[in-house]
Design a binder for this molecule. Structure first.
Ligand SMILES: *[C@@H]1O[C@H](CO)[C@@H](O)[C@H](O)[C@H]1NC(C)=O
Ligand SMILES: *[C@@H]1O[C@H](CO)[C@@H](O)[C@H](O)[C@H]1NC(C)=O
Ligand SMILES: *[C@@H]1O[C@H](CO)[C@@H](O)[C@H](O)[C@H]1NC(C)=O
Length: 550
């Protein structure tokens, strides 16, 4: 090597060093929106926020936890998408060969690539790494709040709730195994058995409110074109870039699938040099933003319905805090009151809950929300934004409201501290503090939401005719107080011809309604389906007309 070349190499080396000192190297694993691994994103927090100093006389008396399930395998639908992608890649490579294109540009891993989930027919389960996320979280929480977790296990002292979805229930178990490890007599880990309770999926308005809320389901469906339209230009731009870069004729769908593959590889398998390496950092930032926009519109501040339907959960949380205050005031003996209420659910639960307590808003947005004004979409990169899927709801993402009692000579004062992913975060509704007097929390943050009632929010609105698939404009909604549906009175009734049998009735309900949770069947010439919880009964008369009853 001559001197000049040597100097050039040195220069390159030095400039690389300088660059890496100047800015953190880009780590794609920090930009995977809600597919982020917890330990990768946990420490990313808003450095400019200074948490409150909690006064010495304060001690925690209760903890409300809401956690998303940990890392999960791709769902069945996604497994199929990956199998399709594998076939598509084969076709693209074959096509490029036939057209005698320059194959130099094609990344080596694409040749013969098969989906890592090929041949699997079941998906969506909590994977081992996901178990660890929850197990370790529990141990950290126990260490951080020894005052709360030194009681003997009792289901009323440490209630653990999960949705009926297995990955959430398994997450609760993983958490409990961590929380009570060393506290029992089972096995070498000295485990303690504990209970995880679940509401029926059809009526779980605390943790799966989105699933019981028909208006939300309708809204979500109606927003699909909006989300698609927002994502399209981003995907198109990146697709064009990929086609140029790799000489393969990728489509928008391919780009979307490759981004999904990137997220799963990077998060679940810790592989970042395959699908993720197809994209430049700025493309990754755009794809991440597109995912965050979708979360904003379908689960977040994009529509008040998204979070208002979480009111039953908010009520449950506040009720737990009030009971803890009461027990504290009554100076009840330890072990005779609840120390922590722990809930394990989904992004569809954690994201709305974070919105209910007003987290991750930009400046001045809290006032807008109070005045029920719409918010702007989160700004496009490189502008910074608070609304990030990787922070709001990564795998095992969690929110804790810790209730503190701060006695002084004359009285007790109660404060709630909010921790998101174990870090104190500002509550715009409480002067941007993470440590909020309980009365202020209740009045400023909670009370405005409690004006809304779940059933009113979620039931099909009678005043909105376009939501009622009536076949004639004259048809009236029938209301009755009884739980059993009644056929329409008067002449309408005569028009109805009884359904032949239960099966025909079920078929008709399914065709018209999608999927009511409990199919009740056919009675008195009318066919009806019912959603659990909400108590909405939909009657399909033999005349093909619709009625709602409450
Ligand atoms: C590339 O794909 C597009 C859309 O699938 C198609 O219309 C076009 O003919 C393809 N081009 C080549 C050269 O295969
Ligand atoms: C993921 O890979 C990186 C290097 O590529 C390594 O440093 C890290 O420890 C790995 N993480 C896990 C959880 O395996
Ligand atoms: C104790 O609490 C009362 C009531 O909130 C308050 O007025 C008083 O200033 C507090 N005293 C001290 C020493 O903090």
């Amino acid at each position: 090597m001559d001197k000049e070349a040597m100097a050039a190499v040195l220069l390159l080396f030095i400039s690389a060093l300088v660059r890496s000192n100047a800015e953190e190297p880009f780590d794609v694993r920090e930009h995977l929106s809600t597919v982020s691994r917890y330990d990768v994103v946990k420490e990313i927090s808003d450095n400019s926020f200074v948490p409150s100093n909690i006064p010495d006389q304060c001690s925690p008396i209760h903890l409300n936890l809401l956690a998303r399930h940990g890392m999960r395998a791709p769902t069945k639908r996604r497994i199929k998408e990956m199998d399709d992608l594998s076939k598509r890649i084969e076709v693209l490579l074959q096509d490029a060969k036939e057209r005698e294109l320059d194959l130099q540009k094609v990344p080596a891993w694409l040749w013969g690539w098969k989906s890592p989930w090929k041949g699997r027919f079941k998906g969506g389960e909590l994977i081992r790494e996901g178990e660890e996320e929850l197990y370790n979280l529990a141990i950290r929480i126990r260490d951080k709040f020894p005052q709360l977790f030194n009681e003997d296990y009792h289901p009323d002292v440490y209630p653990i709730k999960a949705t009926q979805i297995p990955r959430a229930a398994a997450s609760a178990v993983a958490f409990g195994m961590g929380l009570f490890s060393g506290r029992g007599k089972l096995g070498r880990g000295h485990h303690r058995a504990f209970a995880v309770s679940s509401e029926s999926q059809a009526s779980d308005i605390c943790l799966r409110f989105h699933d019981c809320c028909q208006r939300y389901k309708d809204f979500r469906k109606s927003q699909e074109p909006t989300v698609h339209k927002l994502k399209k230009p981003i995907l198109d731009e990146i697709t064009n870039a990929l086609v140029q870069r790799y000489g393969l004729n990728f489509t928008r769908q391919d780009t979307s699938s490759l981004w999904f593959l990137c997220k799963e590889e990077a998060s679940l398998l810790n592989i970042t040099d395959q699908a993720c390496a197809l994209f430049t950092p700025s493309e990754v930032l755009l794809l991440e933003w597109a995912d965050d926009l979708e979360m904003f519109i379908l689960k977040g501040y994009g529509n008040a319905l998204n979070y208002r339907m979480g009111v039953p959960l908010l009520e449950d949380v506040v009720q737990a805090m009030e009971q803890a205050i009461k027990a504290n005031e009554e100076e009840r003996a330890p072990g005779s009151y609840e120390n922590a209420r722990m809930r394990f659910a989904h992004a569809e639960t954690l994201v709305p809950f974070s919105c209910l307590i007003g987290l991750f808003l930009e400046r001045s947005e809290f006032e807008k929300i109070r005045k029920e004004q719409p918010l702007e979409l989160p700004p496009k990169p490189p502008q910074r934004r608070n609304w990030r899927g990787s922070t709001v709801a990564p795998f095992a993402g969690n929110n804790m409201l810790v209730l503190y009692s701060c006695p002084n000579e004359s009285s007790n004062k109660y404060f709630g501290q909010v921790l998101h992913n174990e870090h104190p975060v500002p509550m715009p509704g409480c002067g941007n503090s993470d440590f909020c007097p309980f009365e202020v929390f209740k009045e400023r943050i909670v009370a405005p939401h409690l004006k809304h009632d779940y059933n009113t929010i979620c039931n099909l609105k009678i005043e909105e005719p376009k939501r009622m698939p009536l076949t004639t404009p004259h048809e009236k909604v029938v209301k009755s107080l009884g739980s059993e549906p009644r056929a329409a009175p008067g002449p309408q009734r005569k028009k109805e011809t009884p359904h032949q049998n239960h099966k025909a009735c079920v078929k008709e309900i399914l065709e018209r309604m999608g999927n009511p949770k409990k199919l009740c069947g056919c009675r008195r010439g009318a066919c009806y389906g019912r959603w659990g919880g909400g108590g909405v009964v939909v009657v399909v008369g033999g005349d093909g007309l619709w009625r709602w009853e409450k």
